[in-house]
Design a binder for this molecule. Structure first.
Ligand SMILES: Nc1ncnc2c1ncn2[C@@H]1O[C@H](COP(=O)(O)OP(=O)(O)OP(=O)(O)O)[C@@H](O)[C@H]1O
Ligand SMILES: [Mg+2]
Length: 407
């Protein structure tokens, strides 16, 4: 990616009528718009210039050529794409891995809205080389459409997955973010009760209704609101009525929920179930709580090996839970082989009290150190760009699949 000292060039592959107003707007914003006719012109451009920071692609006119253009941009160094689509097409898109850096814009759009999207993509991708992104830089305008999907997982029970998922979600909400907390533990999950919520609808309920002729609802629409503003959605309230929870559908719906909120947090059951594995594939980050004791550390080492095998090793983020209550953080980091993304101390009776009251730590104890650690964890999450995972280089095929119409 080119240095950000001068404003970069933007490749514009749009129908002629849209090209001129968009180019004018970009020029006013200080970018250099470079119009190209098709994917082969784009490839030539990329071969000669290194300062293309983003591409704007029409995906309606010629889907196949758009796929080639998308691949050209991604193989030239993961240059983010703004995909301009009809709302009808957007509704049918299934987000697949490889599209983490992309943005979507639906027609009709104003030239100005393109400018803000481009601004966001350029900021985001320039942060890919280590520069922290100002979280607030994404708050303005209407372009902040893509949230992140964070799975909280460790196959070892009792390490604090649920405690962390709930309180991290609450901390993000306190930071003004829109958050969807999904209780993905269909066996022993109890997030709604631990938040004092009753009569909460589940995904299994909604999909059963759908089979009976009810409406097709997104996860965001299915979720119930907690008093804090946090949205909560359990997959199921019963461990034995989960046959409708087709893993691929669950994972795609989670990924799609990123369009409605800033962060989707999925608290998972401690196992390598098909649902969990499907969620790993879609997650931007897999947050792994580990407690500082030997059995948990051993489980953590094993988890890293399995993640390697599943091809998701680079998405793991270690969170030391009950930090300072056993093995030191540096020793734990060394043993597991990765730096701690965050640390949460033992909250003792405060955690018990929160659970009893059906409330979160930010609500009952905003000044406590453990709450400050949750806020810091939230800030680290917001300050980082969504992970670019999977080699996007499978581009064309992914793109083709992505554009496939859902039945
Ligand atoms: N930092 C902490 N301070 C105090 N109590 C904690 C802390 N972390 C977890 N706990 C408590 O430890 C218990 C286990 O935590 P939690 O249920 O979050 O683990 P889990 O990994 O989700 O377990 P499971 O695998 O069974 O879903 C809970 O009672 C929780 O309140
Ligand atoms: Mg749990």
């Amino acid at each position: 990616m080119s240095p950000m000292s001068t404003r970069p060039a933007i490749a514009v592959l749009l129908p002629a009528v849209e090209r001129t107003p968009v180019a004018n707007e970009l020029r006013q914003a200080g970018y250099e718009p470079v119009a190209v006719e098709d994917s082969s012109e784009l490839a030539d451009l990329l071969a000669t210039r290194r300062d293309i920071a983003a591409g704007i692609l029409d995906v309606e006119r010629d889907q196949e050529d758009a796929g080639r253009a998308w691949e050209a941009l991604h193989s030239a160094g993961d240059i983010p794409c703004l995909l301009v689509v009809h709302p009808r097409t957007l509704d049918r898109l299934d987000l697949e891995a490889g599209h983490e850096t992309d943005e979507y814009l639906t027609r009709p759009y104003s030239a100005e809205s393109i400018r803000w999207r481009v601004e966001a993509m350029v900021i985001r991708s320039s942060a890919g080389d280590g520069t922290p992104v100002q979280p607030d830089a994404f708050d303005g305008g209407e372009w902040s459409r893509r949230g992140q999907l964070v799975a909280v997982f460790n196959p070892k029970g009792g390490v604090g997955k649920t405690m962390i998922a709930v309180n991290l979600a609450a901390a993000l909400t306190a930071r003004g973010k829109r958050v969807l907390l999904v209780d993905g533990d269909t066996v022993t999950g109890h997030i709604p009760t631990s938040l004092g919520m009753e009569g909460v609808g589940t995904v299994a309920d909604a999909w059963r209704d759908e089979l009976d002729g009810g409406p097709v609802l997104s996860f965001d629409e299915q979720a119930s609101s907690h008093q804090s503003g946090l949205k909560v959605l359990p997959l199921s309230s019963s461990p034995i009525h989960t046959e409708l929870l087709e893993p691929g559908r669950v994972a795609s719906a989670l990924a799609r929920a990123r369009r409605a909120v800033d962060v989707v947090i999925a608290d998972l059951h401690p196992s390598y179930s098909p649902i969990n594995r499907a969620v790993f594939d879609m997650a931007d980050r897999i947050m792994v709580p580990v407690t500082p004791d030997l059995p948990a550390i051993r489980a953590g080492i094993k988890l890293v090996e399995v993640a390697e095998e599943l091809g998701v090793r680079d998405r793991l983020s270690l969170v030391v839970n009950r930090a300072q209550s056993g093995v030191s953080v540096p020793d734990l980091e060394r043993a597991i082989g990765m730096p701690a993304f965050g640390q949460i101390r033992s909250g003792g009776m405060l955690v018990v009290r929160a659970l009893n009251e059906g409330r979160t730590l930010v609500e009952i104890a905003p000044r406590e150190k453990i709450t400050q650690e949750f806020l810091a964890l939230a800030d680290s999450l917001l300050g980082m760009t969504a992970k670019v995972s999977e080699p996007a280089r499978q581009g064309l095929r992914l793109f083709g699949r992505q554009m496939a119409v859902r039945a």
